[in-house]
Design a protein around this ligand. Structure first.
Ligand SMILES: NC(=O)c1ccc[n+]([C@@H]2O[C@H](COP(=O)([O-])OP(=O)(O)OC[C@H]3O[C@@H](n4cnc5c(N)ncnc54)[C@H](O)[C@@H]3O)[C@@H](O)[C@H]2O)c1
Length: 264
């Protein structure tokens, strides 16, 4: 029978001795994931296309008493994606958690979309998630324990009547089913694969770029049952849950963190 102490926060939510790698870790949700996991005791490889931003997050973590290294990584460079994951596993002596977070979007009507708009959004938001997972899992299999967390989106679960961005919607929808597919494929080897689906959050990617359009901001808030944009830190609980023992029976799910957006 489970004892009282086996249900302690330390037993359920700590990551001591584990190694995490976060793509796009220099800003927004990636920064939150990196700091959350470091706070929980993990050693974190903070990777980003912009090394300066990754360096700043690592400095914050070390200043707070955590353990992290910064690595430059553009996830659309397929060779570098694998070699950077290998390097992080080598530096820290293993890999337990991968957060496929790096993402971009190209907004605009589908009739105006260029081939490059489509290709770059699919490469970074979708292909890199599969190839990053493929590179990470052999390291996780060494100790038979791995957690992959993908950044989906509410627009991968439902449509978006506020603006067009078909490549992004396609990629985020694909992430939902890539999460299911890889979860089932690797479940019996100790690897869990889950995703979070945020609504519109106040990151540089999200609300910041909409500041010049107060009508759009107001329309999105009006469509959100909780009535506001998310703050980046509000992803921390979901990211921690899916990376820890607390979610040991959970795989293949996409967890909406959306203020009720997809409940309507
Ligand atoms: N913010 C939102 O409202 C929102 C909502 C749903 C889903 N998401 C998803 O969450 C993830 C993170 O978004 P965010 O809001 O934190 O974005 P952000 O722009 O705040 O941060 C993204 C980080 O990724 C890095 N990056 C960009 N291209 C990269 C590449 N090719 N390789 C490596 N790093 C790269 C950037 O330098 C930046 O540090 C994305 O996958 C995004 O699609 C965001």
């Amino acid at each position: 029978m489970t004892t009282y102490h086996e249900l302690s926060i330390d037993k359920l939510f700590r990551l001591d001795g584990e190694v995490a790698l976060v793509t796009g870790g220099g800003d927004g949700f990636g920064r939150i994931a990196s700091m959350t996991y470091a706070n929980a005791g993990a050693s974190v490889a903070v990777t980003d296309i912009d090394k300066t931003k990754a360096d700043a997050v690592v400095a914050e973590i070390i200043d707070g008493g955590g353990h992290a290294v910064a690595l430059e990584l553009d996830v659309s460079d397929r060779t570098a994606l694998k070699s950077t994951i290998d390097e992080a596993a080598s530096v820290f002596g293993g890999l337990h958690i991968l957060v496929n977070n790096a993402g971009i979007t190209r907004r605009g009507p589908t009739l105006d979309m260029t081939d490059d708009d489509w290709d770059s959004v699919i490469e970074i938001n979708q292909t890199a998630v599969v190839l990053g997972s493929k590179a990470a899992v052999p390291h996780m299999l060494v100790h038979g324990d791995g957690k992959i967390i993908n950044l989906a989106s509410i627009v991968g679960l439902v449509g978006n009547r506020h603006f067009a961005h078909i490549g992004y919607q396609a990629a985020k929808g694909a992430i939902v089913n890539i999460t299911r597919g890889l979860a089932v494929e690797w479940a019996d080897q100790g690897i869990r694969v889950n995703a979070v689906a945020p609504t519109f959050f106040r990151t540089n990617f999200g609300a910041a770029r909409m500041q010049s359009n107060p009508d759009l901001l107001a329309a999105i808030e009006a469509d959100t049952p909780i009535g506001r944009f998310g703050e980046p830190w509000e992803l921390a609980g979901g990211l921690l849950y899916l990376a820890t023992r607390a979610s040991s029976m959970v795989t293949g799910v996409t967890l909406p963190i959306d203020g009720g957006w997809t409940a309507v």
